[in-house]
Design a protein around this ligand. Structure first.
Ligand code: SAH
Length: 252
């Protein structure tokens, strides 16, 4: 080995080996979806930061509508496309598109519902909600998950980690106020259960970390150790923060 490998390549390889790329579950997607009052059966849905399609395929199962899945990185979209092909889901139900969530190539009001799990933090909660508002019809819906403080007084260790990793992280009340400022009404929120961190995410990530450490050794260590620190943080600070689903209506 000659020095460190490209950290982003290591991160991608780690993430591509996981069933999903952030905390969540089919049950939580379905629970949020059930909170939408009067969504049309043939809804047009946009899944932003779809990754390999954890929520995309669940949305296709929950509706008879059309889902457009968008992500910035081709390797995720390739995996999503392969899965769609295996499931025989055609273009009548699914469009896969590469795009940047900060500059999405869609018309105003093109969608009945915008969905995004574990991705809005990449532009920031309020900024993302402001950017995406125009994409839904007046009265349309936006549902996102966002890592959220569950306490007003976090432990020093958790605060230090998140002040560095995501300084914009808010409480449910702060994010609710941000959503209102951005032009939405909150229909409801719920905290994802602890098992949503583990079953399809951190448990698999630990296995991948061990495999990749065996393959790459010290050259990948900085990325792998950072992921391990993130996993240890939630073990040491249960109940201080979690992902929260925010289900909203565009207010007009
Ligand atoms: N929704 C998926 C993936 C969440 S991880 C899941 O729950 O499993 C965040 C995703 O956002 C990754 O797939 C990453 O490739 C994508 N992403 C990162 N920056 C982006 C950007 N600027 N625009 C669109 N997608 C982006």
């Amino acid at each position: 080995m000659t020095g460190d490998l490209d950290p982003f390549k290591i991160f991608l390889e780690l993430q591509l080996g996981l069933p999903r790329n952030g905390p969540g579950s089919a049950a939580s997607t379905a629970r949020a979806f059930a909170m939408l009052p009067g969504l049309r059966e043939d809804a047009r849905i946009l899944d932003i930061g779809c990754g390999q399609g954890a929520s995309t395929f669940e949305l296709l199962r929950l509706t008879r509508g059309h889902v457009t899945a968008v992500d910035l990185f081709e390797p995720f979209l390739d995996k999503l496309a392969a899965r769609a092909e295996r499931a025989r889901i055609g273009e009548d139900r699914l469009t896969i598109k590469r795009g940047d969530m900060a500059a999405l190539p869609f018309h105003d009001g093109e969608f009945d519902l915008v969905w995004s799990e574990g991705a809005i933090y990449l532009v920031g909660f309020e900024t993302g909600l402001r950017l995406w508002r125009r994409l839904v019809k007046p009265g349309g819906f936006v549902a996102v998950t966002e890592c959220t403080w569950l306490t007003d007084a976090p432990a020093a260790e958790a605060m230090a980690f998140w002040n560095d990793a995501y300084p914009g992280m808010g409480t449910v009340a702060e994010n609710g106020a941000a959503a209102e400022r951005a032009g939405y009404e909150i229909i409801g929120t719920f905290t994802l259960p602890q098992e949503d961190w583990w079953a399809e995410y951190y448990t698999s990530m630990r296995v991948r970390i061990a495999e990749m450490r065996a393959t790459y050794g010290a050259a990948a260590e900085s990325v792998l150790a950072a992921e391990e620190a993130e996993i240890a943080l939630i073990e040491n600070n249960p109940g201080q923060y979690s992902y929260v689903f925010y289900v909203m209506r565009r207010g007009d």
